[in-house]
Design a protein around this ligand. Structure first.
Ligand code: FEO
Length: 400
């Protein structure tokens, strides 16, 4: 396994996980992912992050092609989540580094995960600069991007930002650079990653973009997926993050539903008709056919959410309950919503959905729609009206 030199004397020494499909145990990663680790050869040889434990041998093999592991002087742990620190114990044993650096919050994670009392661990402060010979490393805390311990490493001499989870995507490939795939492919992967991992921390993203905005870099090397090289690629990902963090309303709607005997499914189609009447395009997604993380990725392009479920045991169907739990945890902002569903006798489902959407601070311009047994002409008309009301409210929110 070969390292890849991304700048002079700076190497990618990570691993590609082509088989990963449940990133962090909850988000689909249909293309797999990578665990990126980097090596700088200087007066002090520095390793940045590691890989998931099962890829420790891959990383050591790749590292060994660039430098004997025992010549690594420093290990920097930008973030201790186990996709980046899983191989740390093995690396520490092989490299016997002079120092292991992490953020102040990182000390807690390190002590929680590892028996590290004999390791030469040192916490660094926000903004602290570490000289490694002809270069310096400046550390910037990026708390909650993605955990409280997260930080990034900036190497001004090389105009390089090693950004850990920030600016990453789940693309497992033989290519290493973002400019080697189409922008459409890249953006889809960036949106999927952002909306499933980063979205709750959008305020922190905005702060980080401000804090890093004054730095001069022409390469962002994240810990997942492809590396952004050159100003065009760097600006592409910075602009994408600024846009995604803003959550500005987009004139497109998402209709999600689950159904037992197709009544709520037909209502979903009528809701989409109403949206179309209001001039708002929509995507209708069955929760039987779409994973919750695919739905969240679609939400990156939609300013409205309409949710439908039949009433089941005085509640809603379990896939919808799971979907709304997942969505609420990711804290989408600035959305318009609507709820609908069929029922046989008790009929609580649509109100429960309505309340879920309200709890996400969505604007709900119309009452929920519920239809008993099989929806007829009147029920479909109410669904179309619901779609139209939401479409008009979204259009107004988007500035007409
Ligand atoms: Fe890629 Fe928060 O770990």
């Amino acid at each position: 396994m070969q390292p890849v030199e991304i700048k002079k004397d700076i190497f990618w020494v990570g691993a590609v996980d082509y088989d990963k499909r449940d990133f962090h145990g909850y988000a689909l990663s249909p293309e797999g992912t990578t665990y990126n680790a980097y090596l700088i050869k200087d007066k002090k040889n520095v390793l940045f992050d590691s890989v998931s434990k099962e890829f420790a041998d891959d990383m050591l093999c790749r590292l060994g092609e660039a430098l004997p592991p025992e010549k690594v002087d420093y290990i920097v742990c930008n973030h201790l989540e186990l996709d980046h620190a899983g191989a740390l114990a093995e690396l520490a044993a092989r490299c016997k580094p002079e120092k292991i650096f992490c953020s102040q919050m990182g000390m807690k994670s390190m002590q929680g995960y590892f028996d590290c009392k004999d390791w030469p661990v040192q916490a660094v402060k926000n903004g602290e600069i570490l000289s490694i010979g002809s270069r310096a490393i400046q550390f910037f805390e990026t708390r909650m991007l993605h955990w409280p311990d997260s930080m990034v490493s900036y190497i001004p001499e090389d105009k390089l930002l090693i950004s850990n989870d920030a600016f990453g995507q789940n693309i497992a490939s033989t290519v290493r650079y973002a400019d080697e795939v189409s922008e459409e492919h890249l953006l889809n992967a960036v949106e999927a990653y952002y909306y499933n991992i980063v979205l709750p921390f959008s305020p922190q993203v905005r702060n980080a973009l401000k804090a890093l905005g004054g730095l001069d870099f022409d390469m962002i090397a994240p810990d997942h997926g492809l590396i952004h090289r050159g100003k065009r690629s760097v600006n592409f990902i910075l602009d994408a993050y600024a846009r995604l963090a803003e959550q500005k309303a987009q004139r497109r709607a998402l209709v999600i539903y689950d159904s037992m005997w197709h009544a709520t499914e037909k209502m979903a189609c009528a809701v989409a008709d109403g949206l179309e009447e209001a001039g708002v395009p929509s995507r209708v997604m069955s929760l039987k056919r779409n994973h919750h993380s695919q739905v969240m990725t679609e939400l990156a392009r939609c300013g409205a959410v309409l949710a439908g479920s039949p009433t089941h045991n005085n509640g809603i169907l379990p896939a919808m309950a799971a979907m709304l739990t997942y969505m609420k945890g990711l804290r989408p902002k600035n959305r318009v919503g609507g709820a609908f569903g069929s029922y046989g006798w008790s009929g609580e489902g649509p109100k429960i959905l309505h309340d879920w959407l309200a709890s996400m601070d969505m604007e709900l311009p119309a009452p929920f729609v519920k239809t008993q047994w099989t929806p007829g002409h009147e029920g479909f008309g109410q669904c179309r009206e619901l779609g139209k009301s939401v479409g008009l409210a979204l259009t107004a929110r988007c500035g007409g």
